[in-house]
Design a binder for this molecule. Sequence first.
Ligand code: H79
Length: 447
Amino acid sequence: MKKQFYTGLLACLCLLTSPALSAQESQAAKDARMGWWRDATFGMFIHWGLYALPAGTWEGQTLDKGRIGEWIMHDLNIPVADYEKLAGQFNPVYFDAAQWVSIAKNAGMKYIVITSKHHDGFSLWDSQVSDYDVMDASPFKRDILMELKLACDAAGIKLCFYHSIMDWHQADAESPKDYAHQHNPGARWERYREAYLKPQLTELVTKYHPAVLWFDGEWIPEWTEEQGQELYRYLMQLDPSLIINNRISKARQGMSGMNEYENAAGDFGTPEQEILESTATMDWESCMTMNDTWGYRSDDFNWKSSETLIENLIDVSAKGGNYLLNIGPMASGKFPQASIDRLYDLGAWLAVNGEAIYATRSWTCFKEGSTYFTLDGSGKYVYAILTEAPTSPLTLSCVTPTEGGKIVHLATGGGVSWKTLPEGGIRVDFPQGDAFGVAQTLKIPID
Ligand code: H79
């Protein structure tokens, strides 16, 4: 107890007195490093691993409604020795990296974050420090990450990895049942960290050059801010163009995902299944599921509508964030059809309205009623994105267009007539009818 207290105190003092990690990089350098990511706005999360096989049910027992499929090992107390046998059945013969990437690309997604390793510990590449991976332990014996890397490079999509710090399979790391209570002797954790976790990350960075490393499972007591800072520095020195989420540190505040203290390691906040109430000074990305699970569950049909997903993307974008939308592929290697359908709708909407989303910034007034606003990169246009079509002429009090400027309705490409109101704001003769689909956009010139 005492030892931990002093170690914690030392770490705190050190944090207060040493220059912030971010201070070692100029703002201009950070802006350059984060540039593609900020402009990308929309990415695909992929949770795929052994848990796709039980798909929510183990030996006749089904996870409770709302529980997440990739936690089945933990939630149903499946012993490591039983769970790991799933590797022998992992044979996703329909896996087609080019097809996955093309679905993401057609949906308007600019990057993919896939689970190189989730909490269950199974790795989707040929890890040199593990036999518990797709090459050594499964009949599939194909390097899933390399196939995706090649397909992503060919399509101009950035490939990124989710990697769990917590590991239920490694005896030196964590065990699923008692992770919240157990205090492993430090030496075992150190061995896992130095001889397994770090070598795995080194392989990933040097062999696959991920654009983002997306950590998770950092809440276990063994992981400290100090270790996070050290790992951040180590990885950035391996590849200075890397972007790393804030779960490499200990600063995340629950599911809202933003940092609860300054100078934490990591480049962006990670709200989970939530969208921030407002804009933030720190970069952030909301990750969300289309139904209630990340890893595939055959019994989860609680799909959000395409309209909801489109509005979430708009909402996130208007508040200056990124939207990372999840797919839980099946054990066969196919995406669930319901996910494919929704991605198609998102892609169709973005094909018309994408200029209001990509490379835009948040504007002082990000929302008025059911209308969201974004600011284009040049600062010369405001986009008003209407998530409900008005039934009468539209009034907006937030925005004052350039005098005599042309307001364009993106769905038709045509101008709309408008006038300023005596009390401020504008009145727009908005095209009537629902032929233009959900969430129509006006492009408004401003001074
Ligand atoms: O990978 C997906 C999930 O498996 C994983 N994160 C997404 C991206 C995840 N979601 N929920 N959980 C893990 C459950 C963890 C919940 C808690 Fe906590 C961990 C509760 C207490 C510790 C997070 C950290 C909420 C409070 C602190």
